[in-house]
Every structure is written in C-alpha cells, then in structure tokens.
Ligand binder design. Structure first.
Ligand SMILES: *Cc1c(COP(=O)(O)O)cnc(C)c1O
Length: 366
C-alpha cells in the first residue's frame, strides 16, 4: 500500500463539480481582481471567524506583513515570535524592518510559551505573534493579559488553524488581528496562493484595504505607500466553495487524530500530540515525537508511507537569521526540530491507510 502525505487530487474529488462551476462563473463574469467573489468571500470568512472584518490578500506572509505595516511597526521595534514556527512568521517582522525576538516554545503544545513571554519584553517591544502551530491554539488568555499589561498588540498567526477554537471562540479575534494563509494544503486552501486578515478593528481594516491595493482606497488616490497583494476572484470563488466544507473536514481530521491516538498508544518513546483543556485542535498536521526520528521516517518511506518534518531547523538556525545569533539559545524549539515527525493527514485519508501507517510504525518501533 502507498500512503501519500497529502492527496491533493483526492481532497478535491467530492467538490470538483462545484469548484468547476465556481471557476466558470468567474471566467464568464470577466472580473478577475477586486470583484464580487472577493467581497462575498470576505463577508463569509469574517462571519465564519465571528470577526467584524476580513481582508483578502495575496498570501499568508503578506497578511502578517501588512498588519505590522498598518500599525506602524518598523526599524528599532521588536516583535516577539515563537522559537519554532514556519519561517514566514519571522520574515514578516523582518520585512517591515523590525527585529524578531524569539521566545522558546512550550514543548507540549508547541506554541509560544506564555510563561517565558514577560522576560522577553523590552521597551522596544510592540507586538506579540503567537502561532497556532499544527492547528492547536496556545494559552491566549494569558498571552493577551500580559500584552494588555505592557500595551502590546497581539497578532495571531492562524495560518495552520482555520476553525480551531480557544475555549468557545474560533481563532481570528483572539488578538487584535489574525493572519491566515490559504496555501493549497492548509485546512482551508486555495488552488494557488491566498491569504486573509481578520479583525474587529474598523480603522485597521480600512488601512489594510488600502495597503493591499497600492495604498489606495479610491482609484488613483494614494494615501500611503502600499503593496499589490490581493486575493484574486478565482481563488476567492474557490475558497467560497471550500469554506462550506471546512467544519466537516476539521471534524474528520479530529476523528482521524483520535484513531491515530488510540491505535498508536503505548509505543515506548513515541510522544503523541496533546490538546490543552482550553483548545479544540484542528490537526493541520498530526505530529509525533521520538528519538531517531529520521530512522522512523526512512523505515516508513521504505514501506510506501510519506512523512514530512515541520520544520527541520528553527528560523533562528537558518542562514537568513544568522545575524541574530539565536542558535543554541532556544533548546525546546531546537529539540522539536530534531524530534518531530508529521504523519499523513488529510480529511479524505481512509481508515485502511491510517491502519497501515499505524502497523508500519509499530513494526519499526518493535
Ligand atoms: C503557511 C504559513 C505561513 C505563510 O503563509 P503563505 O500563504 O505560505 O505565505 C505563515 N505562518 C505559518 C505558521 C504558516 O504555516
């Protein structure tokens, strides 16, 4: 048996006719950018997140960058980021000229450790970016309480957590703004690049609408030095179709995760993902931890099972960030990079594929 990490074609089979018809509608409309599909998607995605505003942009990195730009973060400012995340979280900070200041992760949930946050705050700190890594939200009440006390802006990196809940609230309004990515394999993915920002702040939403469109709210009137970063009509139309299925896909991800949990229980040295009591995980990734992670990955590959590592080196160990000299200072992020392995997980994965994966893991760990 072959088990891919993610089956792109398989993930579309059931909705192909609806996606085809949405694409045809865009072609027939002759509107390709900043049209009715974007407006409708923004309305629907804001409602889904229970946010007052959603602003579609070109991708998740731009969603993060534009928020930092809109609130005036720049050179001399510091932005707190988790030590282990996808590098885009850090890149957004760098793109506005500010300095990323890492805080080590909580080794259980992989989110920024709220207990270490206060020690990283300086007079230059402006923003905290908690990342809902792998689909699990960290302790946002604690993070926001510290942020409020120091008058800091909380920007959620929700790129892996569409629909995930903290207590009874979905991500998107847990901080002052949230950045989403619609990269094709994300829980809500386009058929190309896409992103969005959600917020309850009307002034911020207005700035973001101008910033994504050359700094202009009215054609040929440019208030600020803006970008070209828009969610196009084709992607918006496709996302409108897929948004209707997001909850049911997340429910299926949770049920697959439960099966993995039950069937992988009791393997010595294999740490399974946990869910904090405040969280409803959406398992963008199902990440296990073990010694000799590379050995397990190789053995699974030989048996036809694809796995991935998210992420093999923390941003602080990348050449791009050598100037921060962060290497060795964030041992928990570095340990996660050494030990984590993402198992196959997508909503259309079958029980047979999951059982085969479990059996091969048991065999190679016996
Ligand atoms: C995917 C991702 C991003 C960036 O999104 P893109 O749409 O690929 O630019 C940012 N942060 C995290 C945590 C991500 O997983």
């Amino acid at each position: 048996m072959k088990v891919p990490f993610f089956d792109f074609a398989g993930s579309l089979i059931d909705i192909k006719p609806e996606v085809d018809s949405a694409i045809s509608q865009v072609i027939d409309s002759g509107r390709t950018i900043m049209g009715p599909q974007l407006e409708a998607f923004e309305r629907e995605f804001a409602a889904y997140c229970n946010a007052s505003h959603a602003i579609g942009v070109g991708n998740g990195l731009d969603a993060l960058t534009l928020v930092l730009r809109a609130i005036g973060v720049g050179p001399g400012d510091e932005v707190i980021v988790p030590s282990q995340t996808f590098i885009a979280t850090w890149l957004a900070v760098s793109h506005v000229g500010a300095t990323p200041v890492p805080v080590d992760i909580d080794p259980v949930t992989y989110s920024l450790d709220a207990g270490r946050l206060e020690a990283a705050i300086t007079p230059q700190t402006r923003v905290i970016i908690p990342v809902h890594l792998f689909g699990h939200i960290g302790d946002m009440d604690k993070i926001c309480e510290i942020a409020d006390r120091h008058d800091l802006f909380v920007l959620e990196d929700a790129a892996q957590a569409h629909g995930a809940r903290y207590k009874d609230r979905r991500c998107g309004t847990l901080g002052r703004a949230a950045a989403f990515s619609f990269y094709p394999t994300k829980n809500l993915g386009a058929l190309g690049d896409g992103g969005a920002i959600t917020t309850n702040d009307a002034t911020l939403a207005r700035s973001l609408r101008a910033l994504r469109n050359y700094g202009s709210a009215e054609k040929y009137v440019h208030e600020v030095i803006g970008y070209n970063s828009r969610l196009d009509e084709m992607q918006a139309a496709i996302l409108r179709v897929k948004l209707k299925y997001l909850d049911s896909w997340n429910t299926t991800r949770r049920s697959l995760a439960r099966q993995y949990q039950d069937k992988l229980a009791g393997i010595p040295g294999l740490k399974l993902p946990t869910q904090a009591n405040w969280a409803e995980h959406v398992y963008h990734l199902f990440v296990v931890e073990c010694d000799d992670r590379d050995g397990l990955a190789t053995s699974l590959r030989e048996q036809g099972i694809d796995t991935l590592v998210h992420y093999p080196a923390p941003p602080g160990q990348q050449m791009a960030y050598s100037y921060l000299a962060a290497e060795g200072k964030y041992p928990l992020g570095e340990a996660a990079a050494q030990r984590c392995l993402s198992l196959p997980m997508w909503p259309q994965m079958t029980t047979e594929q999951l059982d085969y994966t479990v059996a091969c893991i048991r065999k190679s760990r016996a």
